[in-house]
Each structure stands twice: as C-alpha cells, then as structure tokens.
Write a protein that binds this ligand. Structure first.
Ligand SMILES: Cc1cc2nc3c(=O)[nH]c(=O)nc-3n(C[C@H](O)[C@H](O)[C@H](O)COP(=O)(O)O)c2cc1C
Length: 404
C-alpha cells in the first residue's frame, strides 16, 4: 500500500508538477484508491478539493479510470454523507467504481463496536473487489421480496427473475396489489398508545411475516411521478403503527427499481435515509435507468445480499441516521406520556443518549477549558495537542498489531 498525505503536501504539489505525475504513476499501478479524510464543513477539507482541482487542471484524470475507489472519513456525523457523495461524484466523473465508504465517528475506533464495523468494512471491500468471493450457502435463508408488480411491468419482472436466478435462498413474494389494505393511515394516533393499527385488514400480518420474519428484504418497485407508486405509500404510512421502533436492525436490504432515473435524487435520498434511520444494511440500489448493465447489477445485488445474510456485516450510521434518531429521541421523550410503545422501546434499547447523561465527558471538557485559561499550561499543552489526541488511537493500533 502506498500512502500519500495530500493535506501535508498540497503546497509542494502546487509547485512541483513532477511530484503529482509521480503520484499518478502509483495510482495507475494500483487496484484501489482509498480516500481517507476528516469531514470539514459538509465536505472534504480544502486541501483534498485543491488536489482534485490540480488533477483536473493538469488533465490527469485518466490515471483513475477503471479503478476501484472507497473512502474512510471521521467526523461527528454532521453531513458526512454529503462529503462522501461529493467524492463518489468525482470518482464517477473519473470513471471509477465506487465501494460504499466507512463514515465513522471520530471516536469509533476506540470502541469495540467501532472496531467490529471497521473490520466489516474491510471485508466488504475485499468482497466487492472479488478478493474473497466464495458463494455463500444461503439455502436455509429466507428473503422477502416486496413488490408492486403488475401485468405489463416487463422491466421489473425481468429484474425479479434475474434476482431469483442468482440466489439459492428461499424467496417469498409479497405483492402489495394482492393484499387487502382498506385505507391509508388515518392519522388517528391510536397506535401510539396500543402499538396496533385500528384498521383491520391484511397489513399487520403482512408486515409481520414479510418484513419482520425474514433474513433479508428486497424491495422491487416501479418509480413513477418521482416516487414509488402510491400503493407503496399506503404500505409505508401504515407502518406508523410500528412507531419509531427499529425492529429490523442490521438486516440486509436491497432495491430493484424500474424507471428511476439518476435525476430522481430526492427519491434516492429517501431510500438511503430510510436505511440509515432503520439501521439496516443497504446492499445496493439497482435501477434499470442507471449504471449500464441492469442484469449484471442485479446479479451482484443478489450475491451481495447472500453474502450479507451469512456474514452479518455492520456499518456506522451516517448523518441521515444519527440526525434522524436525535429528532425522534427528543420527540419521543417529550411525548412519552402517550407515545408509550416507542418510549418503552427507547428505554429498553438505551436510545435516550442525551448529552446530560455523559457526565465524565462534560467534566473532562470543563477541566480542559479551565486548564487552557492558564497561559503557562496552554504553552506546554498546545504544541503537543495533536499528538495527545491521537495517543489513544495509537494504543489501539499497537494492540491490533501485536495480535497480528
Ligand atoms: C474546519 C473543520 C470543519 C469541520 N466540519 C465538520 C463537519 O461539517 N461535520 C462534522 O461532523 N465534523 C466536522 N468537523 C470535525 C472533524 O470532522 C472531526 O473532528 C474529525 O474526526 C477530525 O479528524 P482528524 O482528527 O483526522 O483531523 C470539522 C472540523 C474542523 C477543524
């Protein structure tokens, strides 16, 4: 692995073009380009953006063409997803193939769950690049395929067929047009107290048996008028009866879309946000309008869902999920008097992670602030601040190295 510190060397790269061309030689010889950066103000830091400009100004993009790319960011999850999408857009302009990034919180690596997620990410990279791609044995697994397929939806039908051919898991199909859903959500809020919908039809049992009792879920739908057809909305709105309880955490999911153009960024944003808020593992979104060969993409999705059902990979949740959860956390806490089911769930799952509960972190902050007020201490601490900050991470890395 060759490592380039763009942040530290951007000024010399500006002055010495031969350094940049030398870097491009290494890119040409590599299989994967991995961007590693802190999120700065909704995107990548200036230094990375300037480096990208230098590549474009000097017409060096061809070095990246056909390469795999992925990214590791650290942040406090404030708009980390827009930073990641920015780089994915650059990668796409340069003809690269993108693997979902690892969008970590800056302290993740210090926690066991953060380390597990990082390991998962490395495994996902290997799987995507085909380094470790054994067929997963999924014959005992159950996939729920939820669709709005109607007579004449040829493209969606074809995608579903290709999907089915590329997995050995059992597939049960729920066609939303074939179950009785008498009405959309009435907004009556009875469910907030009881946890159940007042409308008695096929909805509740379908939700239970197809969404909750499955190893993976594939949503196969037609996109028209900038969204799924309205029957999906009926099904989705009725899920309000399940409140804000994430009950399929970690479950692999995937989308097969007929008619979703790349310009449907609002709709596609909703699909990723739902995955993040629900803490599910999004294996991919295939559209017959985006990214070339639909059959190939569908095959890859089927194989990735198979892999995820067996490996149970995990990812950190990005801004869409962290932000969404904070809104729900505050809403449920202040409405706990009548949102009883949600409140019970949030308490049981320790989801009330209010800042006032992190007493030692707050105390530490006061202590640092107080010490920094003293010039003599400040003069001693500041030059070593970065070193001090990364010390706990070094310790973790050292432990990993000694483990092998
Ligand atoms: C100029 C600046 C801008 C930042 N902007 C964001 C931001 O938009 N979103 C976020 O979550 N964190 C933001 N942060 C926090 C950093 O992303 C975070 O602390 C990161 O983990 C630092 O990584 P490093 O220790 O490798 O420098 C910002 C930090 C700085 C210094």
């Amino acid at each position: 692995m060759t490592c380039y510190h763009i942040g530290q060397s951007i000024q010399s790269l500006e002055r010495k073009l031969d350094k940049l061309t030398e870097m491009m030689e290494a890119v040409r010889e590599s299989d994967l380009v991995l961007w590693v950066y802190p999120v700065y103000t909704f995107s990548v830091p200036f230094q990375v953006m300037r480096w990208i400009e230098l590549i474009v100004e000097n017409n060096l993009q061809d070095a990246f063409s056909g390469k795999w790319m992925s990214q590791i960011s650290t942040s406090r999850h404030f708009y980390d997803h827009t930073a990641s999408r920015y780089l994915e857009e650059i990668g796409k302009d340069w003809g690269m193939r993108s693997i979902p990034g690892h969008l970590a919180d800056m302290q993740d690596l210090l926690k066991p769950e953060g380390q597990v997620r990082f390991e998962s990410y490395l495994e996902e990279i290997e799987w995507e690049m085909g380094v470790t791609k054994p067929e997963a044995d999924v014959s005992a697994k159950q996939i729920s395929l939820i669709t709005d397929l109607l007579e004449g939806d040829e493209s969606l039908k074809e995608m579903i067929e290709v999907y089915k051919k590329n997995t050995t898991a059992k597939i049960r199909v729920l066609n939303l047009n074939e179950i009785s859903m008498k009405a959309g959500c009435l907004g009556c809020l009875n469910c907030a107290m009881s946890g159940e919908c007042v409308i008695k039809d096929d909805f509740q049992v379908s939700l239970q048996s197809f969404v909750q009792d499955s190893d993976a879920i594939v949503y196969a739908g037609n996109v028209e008028n900038h969204w799924f057809r309205s029957v999906w909305k009926k099904f989705d709105d009725r899920q309000f009866s399940n409140g804000h309880r994430m009950n399929i955490v970690g479950r692999p999911i995937g989308y097969l879309l007929a008619g979703a153009k790349e310009s449907e960024s609002n709709f596609l944003d909703v699909l990723t946000a739902r995955a993040e808020v629900g803490h599910v593992y999004l294996c991919g979104i295939v559209s017959d309008q985006v990214g070339g060969n639909t059959t190939e993409q569908t095959e890859t999705l089927a194989k990735k869902v198979d892999w995820a059902m067996v490996q149970h990979p995990e990812r950190p949740v990005n801004f869409q999920g962290v932000g969404g959860m904070r809104v729900f956390r505050d809403l449920i806490y202040e409405s706990r008097g009548f949102m009883r089911e949600d409140h019970r769930f949030y308490r049981k799952q320790n989801l009330y992670d209010f800042p006032h509960k992190k007493r030692s972190t707050i105390l530490q902050g006061y202590l640092i602030g107080w010490m920094m007020k003293i010039p003599a201490i400040r003069r001693r601490v500041m030059p070593n601040l970065k070193k001090t900050m990364i010390q706990p991470y070094d310790k973790i890395l050292e432990q990993r190295r000694s483990k092998g």
